[in-house]
Write a protein that binds this ligand. Structure first.
Ligand SMILES: NC(=O)c1ccc[n+]([C@@H]2O[C@H](COP(=O)([O-])OP(=O)(O)OC[C@H]3O[C@@H](n4cnc5c(N)ncnc54)[C@H](OP(=O)(O)O)[C@@H]3O)[C@@H](O)[C@H]2O)c1
Length: 233
């Protein structure tokens, strides 16, 4: 039996998610874009009839209100929008109060999440050797609104949490239609170590979000994608 999916944000990611949804057992029963969803007006009990879970890929200014609205209507959601995480504590409170679930991530690629774990391990090892200094760099298409990317900020946060406390400079480039490259490097007088993830297209993000959406049905609580990686099928 197929499950009902709502797509909040019918842009590049929303359209890809719609394309792959049937492969994950989903029937797309609602779609929202900015024009029809001013101040969350379109997200209602009526428009969400038959929806089991929503996937949200919009803009940083729209995501917090959309997520709170979905929670208040009892709908579990998956959010890939980046650049709004300063509002995460408030959104989390609403989701927990509503007894719904939210799975979020700045990056829904399985490969990137394993890359983050690899970088974290490397940083914890280099932390003990002061001759190694680190850098972080990312590049995306010119339409991306936030810089540095949520993924680069996440990498920096994990590097810090691993015990690496020396200077870490972050830089970002925006050009063309590139789907995303993230690089972390460690450099000493003797050598350079470069760890790099390059996305070929957006497919991995869409598939990861759909796996998370399938997982989120019937769950409660707020989870970052990497916390549920081991449970996805
Ligand atoms: N987590 C990940 O793995 C991942 C991967 C890729 C991208 N992202 C992030 O996901 C977000 C979307 O990326 P994208 O490439 O799909 O961007 P996009 O092509 O610009 O699409 C964004 C869509 O959101 C819609 N929108 C804006 N405000 C809305 C609202 N209030 N209600 C409903 N829809 C609204 C826009 O509608 P209109 O067309 O009507 O303006 C547009 O269609 C960005 O924050 C990006 O950084 C995350």
């Amino acid at each position: 039996m197929s499950r009902g999916l709502a797509i909040v944000g019918h842009g590049k990611m929303g359209r890809l998610i719609e394309q792959f949804a049937p492969e994950y057992g989903f029937d797309v029963r609602a779609k929202f874009s900015r024009a029809d969803n001013l101040h969350v007006a379109a997200i209602s009990r009526e428009s969400l009839r038959g929806v089991d879970v929503a996937v949200e890929f919009t803009t940083p200014d729209a995501a917090p209100d959309n997520l709170r609205r979905l929670a208040s209507l009892g709908i579990n959601s998956v959010c890939g929008t980046t650049g709004w995480f300063e509002h995460l504590p408030a959104v989390k409170e609403s989701v927990l109060a509503a007894g719904t679930a939210l799975a979020y991530s700045a990056n829904f690629s399985v490969g990137v999440n394993i890359f983050i774990q690899t970088v974290t391990l490397a940083a914890s090892l280099f932390a003990k050797y002061p001759e190694y200094e680190a850098w972080g760099w990312e590049m995306h298409h010119s339409a991306k609104k936030d810089a540095p990317s949520g993924t680069l900020k996440k990498l920096a946060e994990e590097i810090r949490a691993s015990g690496y406390e020396r200077t870490l400079t972050l830089t970002a480039n925006r050009a063309g239609s590139h789907p995303g490259t993230h690089e972390i490097g460690f450099d000493s007088g003797a050598d350079t170590i470069t760890l790099r993830h390059t996305a070929r297209n957006r497919e991995g993000f869409a598939r990861g979000a759909l796996q998370a959406a399938r997982w989120a049905i019937g769950k409660r609580g707020v989870y970052e994608f990497r916390e549920i990686l081991g449970e996805l099928g």
